[in-house]
Design a protein around this ligand. Sequence first.
Ligand code: 3SL
Length: 233
Amino acid sequence: MRKIDVCLSPELVGSFDLSGKLVVVVDILRATTCMVTALAHDVAQILPVATLEECQPYCQRDGFVTAGERNGIQLAWMDLGNSPLAYTSGDYAGKTVVMSTTNGTLALDRSRAADQVIVGAFVNLKAVTEYVKAQSRDVLIVCAGWKGMVNLEDSLFAGALVDRVEGEFQHETDAPLVVQLMYRQAAADLSGTVYRSAHVRRLHNLGIKDDIDFCLTPSLFSLIPVLQGAALV
Ligand code: 3SL
């Protein structure tokens, strides 16, 4: 039977053997929701980079858009912050988005040794569930968390995914059961639960409100970003 496990923080990725695995990277608020939304609105590709130094050289380059944040705040030289709503107009169709965020792009960077890396969010949960069920590899869900710490919203997504593939995967450690139990407890009022999280407080303190409900909307898109070389497509 295939196995599934959950890595609750990018700091723990080194404890897992990624070889042969399908890794699902998740940063609900807001990086992976942005990635799904951007590609669903026809950006050509996304180059996720862990550091600002890797991102800045693309500034003002034809065909490129720089995007992201540190501590939730867009850098002055970036074209875009980290709001998924920025992509819904389709204004960036055909562009390459070079994205660097506090946790999400770091989690992706640390997952590169996997057999395949895909991007999950509530906005593509159904598609990710179907993809995970249909393929033959063991699965690791990598939660971006916050600066090395566990967070609520990514753990809840992991729990939702584990719950939906129940019976088809053996749990490799107790982490899948931990997040599944947490998700089942929260499922009746998922957004009410996420609104109690530290990151919602952080975003509210920055005046960011609309992004949160969008990020919690289930299965808006059927697109699954896949890492191919350096780019998400
Ligand atoms: O850490 C990240 O990758 C971001 O998604 C955080 S924020 O929501 O943009 O603050």
